[in-house]
Design a protein around this ligand. Structure first.
Ligand code: SAH
Length: 257
């Protein structure tokens, strides 16, 4: 029996980073039954729409305003349709779902969020690395630089760079030179490794590696100016330590030394 989804609500679904098989099973099932889909066409892999029934109505939100998007959703729910709002990666990062949700709530329509695989996770898997390396880096800072959206004054890249831990920088590759300047100004040594991952998990993914010294030139040479993450930190370097979890000389709750 197919799962029955509540049509009185709008279903916000995280589409994953690109590869169409990286959507959650729940997201996939929602698309299979969707009657109205509003997808963020600038970043979504359109192959995901192949999961929808042929009669499903699909709208690209790239050229629409907030009001037009929410009007579509409201009309869809009022017409008794299963409405899916499909956005890239996970909804909880740079997803702008709150403003959409608020307008729906004003109309007495609820929404449900279905998580997705964020691109920073897709990028790490593409590189086969972990952001947390024992004794090297145990924290990950997710941030961006100022664009049309201003940054809160206490969240400058310089201030984060002082920690010299792992960083995943969204929405910023267009100003890689400025990013590098702020990161080195804030405290990362210039030999800190950097990887810029363009379209992680897509067929045309591109990875550019370097250090803070040369990454800006390399990224420009590669012609990358959007849809990329800047990953920075010693987690990309040579130094690491084995985890104590699997250390034969180390006892824990589930295993004696
Ligand atoms: N909610 C999304 C992020 C939306 S903001 C998520 O969880 O991933 C859009 C930015 O995300 C892009 O400018 C880029 O920095 C990053 N991004 C999205 N998909 C990407 C991908 N497949 N590879 C690399 N970066 C990606």
């Amino acid at each position: 029996m197919p799962e029955c989804f509540d049509k009185s609500k709008v279903w916000f679904v995280g589409a994953g980073p690109g590869d169409k098989t990286l959507i959650t099973l729940k997201g996939y099932r929602l698309l299979q039954q969707a009657q109205l889909v509003i997808y963020a066409g600038s970043l979504i892999n359109k192959e995901l729409l192949e999961y929808c029934p042929p009669e499903a109505e699909c709208h690209d939100s790239a050229g629409l305003t907030l009001q037009e998007i929410t009007d579509l959703m409201i009309n869809g729910v009022q017409a008794g349709k299963l409405v899916v709002r499909l956005q890239t990666g996970d909804l909880s990062l740079y997803g702008s779902i709150r403003e959409q949700g608020e307008i729906l709530t004003e109309q007495g329509i609820g929404f449900v969020s279905v998580p997705g695989v964020s691109s920073f996770l897709g990028a790490a898997s593409q590189l086969g690395v972990e952001y947390t390396v024992p004794e090297v880096a145990q924290s990950l800072i997710i941030t961006r630089i100022e664009g049309r959206t201003p940054m809160p004054p206490k969240e400058s890249l310089e201030s984060f760079a002082a920690h010299q831990t792992s960083m995943a920088i969204f929405l910023s590759v267009q100003d890689i030179t400025g990013v590098v300047k702020q990161l080195t100004g804030g405290g990362y040594p210039t030999n800190t490794p950097v990887a810029v991952v363009y379209k992680a998990t897509w067929a045309d993914c591109q990875i550019v590696r370097g250090t803070l010294d040369d990454i800006a030139v390399r990224v420009k040479e590669a012609g990358i100016s959007k849809t990329a993450l800047i990953l920075v930190g010693a987690f990309l370097g040579e130094e690491y330590h084995y985890s104590k979890l699997y250390d034969a000389g180390f006892s824990h709750e589930f295993r004696q030394a």
